[in-house]
Design a protein around this ligand. Structure first.
Ligand code: GRF
Length: 202
């Protein structure tokens, strides 16, 4: 029997360099991911992630935070932009804004994030520096569903990396990035396969 794999519609949010975006895009192009990336959204007009998307002929959307008085009105603008695209999944890949509860509720169990730490340790910013300052011997990355609490939703996958005595924050960041490139596509494919549970839905 022939099994036909259907693709899910994915919108990626990114504010910066977009190396995770690039890996996901490459994997999709190579047929390793059952996703159709329908747009890349940014809050940063100069994000290299947008340039990467343009090179891949993916639709780009820039929503300027300065045009909105508060988080909820900004997120409403984001919502207007993306709901017409009917995404099955929103992938946060270095998106540097906290999403409002209203936005998260509107896309409940459909938003994934990757965070550069072994959550629940080191929520927030500067995780590599904080790991080094604490003298931890392990660090890592986590993919999780997004809830209204920062870096707090149900965990989908984590991977550890060692911290070496000679590590700088930059070296450690690169090691964590390499593991992000493994686990984020894997989590997205699990979602596409419909095998993830958030504990309160699906
Ligand atoms: C990654 O380290 C990710 O864990 C964090 O933001 C960074 C994005 O990097 N949320 P890049 O833009 O994908 O290179």
């Amino acid at each position: 029997m022939m099994v036909i794999k259907t693709s899910i519609r994915v919108v990626i949010f990114a504010s910066g360099n977009g190396t995770n975006l690039q890996v996901i895009t490459d994997q999709a192009k190579q047929g390793n991911l059952s996703v159709d990336i329908v747009a890349v959204v940014s809050d940063n007009e100069d994000a290299y992630a947008l340039e990467r998307a343009r090179k891949e002929n993916i639709k780009t959307i820039y929503v300027n935070p300065e045009c909105y008085p508060d988080r909820v009105s900004y997120d409403n603008a984001l919502k207007r932009e993306i709901e017409v695209l009917e995404p099955d999944l929103i992938v946060l890949a270095g998106f540097m804004r906290i999403l409002s509860k209203e936005f998260v509720d509107d896309f409940e169990n459909k938003i994934m994030n990757i965070h550069p730490s072994l959550l629940p340790k080191y929520k927030g910013l500067n995780t590599h520096e904080r790991v080094l300052a604490a003298g931890d011997t392990y660090h890592g990355a986590t993919v999780h569903f997004v809830t209204a609490e920062l870096d707090d939703g149900p965990i989908i996958i984590q991977e550890k990396v060692p911290v070496l005595p000679t590590d700088s924050a930059a070296v450690l960041q690169q090691r964590v990035h390499e593991c992000e490139y493994e686990i984020y596509p894997r989590a997205i494919q699990w979602f596409a396969d419909g095998i993830l549970s958030t504990g309160n839905a699906q």
